[in-house]
Design a binder for this molecule. Structure first.
Ligand SMILES: [Zn+2]
Length: 74
């Protein structure tokens, strides 16, 4: 009879994702917030990030390519 903490949280919990090892984004509520562009490696502006579009090269990453960042290694 022990309470288990659920891994999945509904709300503003965001998952860090990369795109084939490049770039960095947050996946939150089915949206992608593009922080670092996997194509041009520029840090994205906040207005572009929220739209999931690179403000520098207009690259739009596909959610199909988004892979969760693995933690725990070194
Ligand atoms: Zn870019």
């Amino acid at each position: 009879m022990s309470d288990r903490t659920r891994d999945r949280r509904a709300g503003d919990e965001a998952t860090e994702v990369t795109f084939r090892g490049g770039g960095l984004a947050l996946r939150s509520g089915g949206r992608l917030i593009l922080l670092v562009c996997p194509l041009c490696s520029q840090r994205n502006a906040s207005r572009g990030a929220e739209r999931g579009i690179c403000e520098w090269c207009a690259y739009v990453p596909s959610q199909d390519q988004a892979e969760p960042v693995e933690r725990g290694s070194g």
